[in-house]
Design a protein around this ligand. Sequence first.
Ligand code: 1PR
Length: 611
Amino acid sequence: MASSPPSRPRLFILDYGAGNVRSLANSVKALGYEFEWIKDASDFDKADKLLFPGVGAFNQAITSLHTSSLFYPLKKYLESGRPYFGICIGMQVLFAGSDEGAPVPGLSLIDARVELFKDVKDVKTGSKKAVPHMGWNEATPFPSTSSKAKEQQLIHGNGGVDQEEDLYFVHSYAVPYTPSPLLSSWTNTTTQYGDKTFVSSIRRGNILACQFHPEKSGAAGLRVLKRWLDAPIEELSGSMDEEAKEEIVEIKLKEVDGLTKRIVACLDVRTNDSGDLVVTKGDQYDVREKAPAPVTDASSTVTGTNPASGGDVINLGKPVDLARRYYESGADEICFLNITSFRSSALLDQPMLAVVSAAAETIFVPLTVGGGIKDTVDPDGTKRSALEVAGAYFRSGADKVSIGSDAVFAVEALLARQASNTTPLLTGLTGIETISAAYGAQAVVVSFDPKRVYVPLDIDPSTLGPHAASLILGPNAKGNVTEEERTKAWWYQCTVMGGRDVRDVDVVQLAKGVEMLGAGEILLNSVDRDGSGRGFDLDLVELVKGSVGIPVVASSGAGKVEDFGELFGETEAEAGLAAGIFHRKEVPIQDVKSFLLEQKVPARRAKDVAH
Ligand code: 1PR
């Protein structure tokens, strides 16, 4: 009788309830492995290998482990010498404690602490770097004695991550690297962000853990996961107590850190008039066909027009197919915006949840989803909190949620409390606050939809009140400025409901307000530049970037690769987003990357982009 194939090690994943574990689960499945969830303490005894993923708050993770009585069984598993792979919070909990949230002891395998990124500065210019550290950066192998070189096989070297490949990080806290025998015995890679060097992965005995997200780092990250999943148990097992070499290793600060500029592909999604969920794209937020759509034959030759299609929702394709195409073309992130969500409850808008869930199964870079993330009431009267809506998207595989209209209303209320000296200034009840508290600031993006308000060039700024802070004088405007614009001045007014309704809030007020509420990133659209192909509104980007310490994704108006070079050359934006030029196949994403690298702008390098 043929011998049964050797049974595979029993792989378990620990879900402490607030991380986006679906992405890791999807990655493990895509690599051909089955797994089981740790449901209670007894499952640790069945595990041959254990994965612990997660984003979010240290305190929340530790507290959750205690309330589910998993803290000590986890510690016992780690001490058993069986293989452990921790990701992000799954690495941080191994340390003694963290600056994040109320003080609570970690598993304390390593007597060092996780600290907040404070006063991170660019080494060359001294300019302040945004926190969270969000994007693609390199993990540099730790200079080590030969015993470690073998261990690094799991991340770098033969088929793992190549030295120059980038990995995805998203965190506001990290373990600073300081030369010491303790950290020398654990540190596997280090990463530099601004003028800070931190421990980006550890390896000792049966423990492998990384600050970056291999499940979100494209093909490079999946190779790291695959190495660990493929490795025989005996290769991964061992004792953490093996004697450590008393080495002190200095890591020299480089003049330029490795963080790259992100290129984000955005898909505006809505139902068309026949009820199908399609990717659409208009200009200045008008997504309907102007003229009747062209009719093409099998060879895509235009043979006429379809008079009935005038006024139809522009249909550029199916959301998941297009998103997969962009992932394969090297997009660093994918952003879905459900642009008619304000018409119904997101949770009832199952197709959008299904889109995210399907996309997350085959796309291994960060996914953001926006549209309808707010407190809602279903048609039957059921109340749904923004946190509940966001949770549904995270469980579907989203890494970040984007809040638009609701953020404007929250900042309006904040400004009113400020004006009337009402305390507390922060109620803790807004969607930004509740989602940020539960999933971490890095999971909360705020989408701006500003519209220019033109005023005479010789206006007395004091007549604009607080909006004077966002006033731009045409003669000083940057980038692609028309002669007519040079004769005017303007400020940027915020809109809601996809540009349909203007509010008495300007972009500087909104930016400062959402940062105070706990947002981790700004998606900065421009109604005026949307779909124009005229390039990004550099003055708008500079205004908002100069108002906050969180990352800014510039959006709207990209028409050619040079527009991205101009954006990153003229502003400190961390990312550039485009839609139309990608949907219409006018500019391949890889051409944007190649152009940026030619211009010496750091863009993600990957040996093979998609898995
Ligand atoms: O208000 O929380 O429900 O969120 C609604 C979301 O939908 C917001 O993020 C809002 O920006 C977006 N939205 C609403 N209506 C539209 C519309 O177009 N009618 N999309 C819309 C706005 C912004 C980008 C766009 C860039 C790049 N689109 O998605 O793709 O401007 O365009 P380009 O590269 O083609 O120039 P809520």
